[in-house]
Design a protein around this ligand. Structure first.
Ligand SMILES: Cc1cc2nc3c(=O)[nH]c(=O)nc-3n(C[C@H](O)[C@H](O)[C@H](O)COP(=O)(O)O)c2cc1C
Length: 162
């Protein structure tokens, strides 16, 4: 079974988890990179990023190296922005034709995961969901625990997919 980890990360938390999953189960990895990234810092980043979510923006991404449709298992990871997945993930979901895949979802947040996983499931109909996991601020407070959890979860998802 071929597995890929597709993710977006603005500040590195989701990247840490994505790389951990990829290394643990030897999956390919694809980072979503918007052509125009947020430049704001501090509070302004929440205003700018949050408004992108509210306006349902799908920012243009740099071309992807791999096609998720070629894989059996797709891990998708996002930071939580305004209680849902970040805009580059919206672009990815809108531009891909993902069906009959085994999907595992993960997120990083600071306490409010919202309805993110049900939003994913609404967009990814006709797929099998293996599981989901969310991480609270891995880089700031829980790095080692989060990495251990991510490794265990990745193995569990792979076992479930077989
Ligand atoms: C624009 C924006 C909106 C955010 N909205 C939320 C939110 O609704 N709930 C939450 O718990 N954290 C929120 N956060 C915090 C991030 O989800 C959190 O810091 C996450 O770990 C960042 O992941 P990253 O380092 O991969 O970008 C927000 C961050 C940004 C920049």
């Amino acid at each position: 079974m071929k597995a890929i980890v597709v993710y977006y990360s603005f500040e590195g938390n989701t990247k840490l988890i994505a790389q951990t999953i990829s290394n643990t189960i030897d999956a390919d990895i694809e980072e979503l990179k918007p052509k125009k990234e947020i430049e704001s810092k501090g509070f302004m980043k929440y205003l700018w990023g949050g408004s992108q979510v509210m306006m349902k923006k799908s920012p243009e991404l740099f071309p992807l190296n791999k096609n998720a449709e070629d894989y059996d298992i797709i891990f998708i990871g996002t930071p939580i922005w305004a209680w849902t997945y970040a805009p580059p993930i919206r672009t990815f979901l809108e531009n891909s034709n993902i069906s009959n895949k085994k999907i595992a979802l993960f997120s990083c947040h600071e306490g409010q995961n919202g309805k993110t996983f049900s939003h994913f499931k609404d967009k990814l109909k006709n797929n099998i969901f293996l599981g989901e996991i969310d991480f609270f601020a891995p880089l700031k407070s829980n790095k080692e625990i989060s990495v251990t959890q991510a490794k265990d979860w990745a193995k569990e998802m792979l076992t479930k997919a077989k």
